[in-house]
Design a protein around this ligand. Structure first.
Ligand SMILES: [Fe+2]
Ligand SMILES: [Fe+2]
Length: 129
């Protein structure tokens, strides 16, 4: 499925909201690539793009949380790190032909992102106000 960024996902910071929107776009590209029957190489490129963007976003979000003195920073960082680890493993498996990019995998990525924004990210958003 294609997902959309909606106002209920706002973390009350324009820059970070834009990054979440871009990340959702990348996941939608990923889904569309899968549906369009793109080659394994092309899908792998999309996985790399997603992984790079994930790291970029996590680092800017962590800087922001440090800037607002958010007390849950360490815990949030741990969650980010374990997700990066998971996606890195996922990429290695795809590269080695041990995992096929499927709808199940795509849905996992989307569900993780939405739940993370609504659950974990929302905590710093609410702390700020
Ligand atoms: Fe986060
Ligand atoms: Fe985030």
């Amino acid at each position: 499925m294609v997902i959309k960024w909606t106002a209920d996902l706002s973390v009350k910071n324009d820059g970070l909201d834009k990054e979440h929107q871009r990340w959702i776009e990348i996941l939608n590209d990923f889904y569309q690539g899968l549906m369009a029957g793109k080659s394994k190489e092309k899908l792998e490129e999309l996985v790399i793009a997603m992984l790079d963007y994930t790291k970029y976003h996590f680092s800017s979000e962590e800087k922001y949380m440090a800037f607002i003195n958010y007390p849950g920073l360490d815990e949030h960082k741990t969650i980010h790190a374990s997700y990066v680890e998971r996606i890195t493993e996922f990429h290695d498996k795809i590269k080695n032909g041990k995992l096929i990019v499927s709808l199940e995998v795509t849905n996992f990525l989307k569900t993780w992102l939405i739940n993370h924004i609504k659950g974990t990210d929302m905590q710093y958003a609410n702390y700020k106000k």
